[in-house]
Design a protein around this ligand. Structure first.
Ligand code: NAD
Length: 103
């Protein structure tokens, strides 16, 4: 199973990643984030990216559709309005994925 986590480098995102890693240890976890807070660590443990199989940097508004190849589910933690997110993913053809919006 391949899961994309958008906004994985914020406050909530790393917790979502840790949960997914423990719940689905064999899943391929892919992070996508602007890296806005990449220099702001709130702990002295390992960097949050270590729980991922791959980390990509960019803006969701310019999301490369190729990253959706083989993705079974998308978890969102970037703090944008739900309707706007749904519209963004719909434009990319993400009809098959579960979009989880942290509110
Ligand atoms: N922090 C909390 O205690 C808390 C509690 C409950 C719910 N929430 C919700 O969880 C969600 C995330 O909150 P947070 O505190 O982790 O926010 P945050 O600002 O700490 O993290 C958001 C992450 O999304 C990334 N991001 C923002 N815009 C982006 C874009 N256009 N493209 C790609 N990446 C982008 C940022 O770089 C950042 O890493 C929000 O919807 C918030 O309302 C937060």
């Amino acid at each position: 199973m391949r899961i994309l986590i958008v906004g994985n480098l914020g406050y909530v995102g790393p917790v979502v990643v840790q949960h997914l890693r423990s719940r689905f240890p064999r899943a391929e976890l892919i992070g996508f984030d602007t890296g806005l807070f990449a220099h702001c660590l709130t702990g002295t443990g390992q960097l949050p990216e270590i729980a991922l199989n791959a980390q990509y940097y960019g803006d969701i508004r310019e999301f490369p559709p190729s990253l959706l190849r083989g993705v079974d589910a998308v978890a969102e933690a970037i703090g944008r309005a739900e309707a706007e997110l749904r519209s963004t993913w719909r434009q990319m053809g993400v009809g098959f994925a579960a979009v989880v919006v942290a509110t």
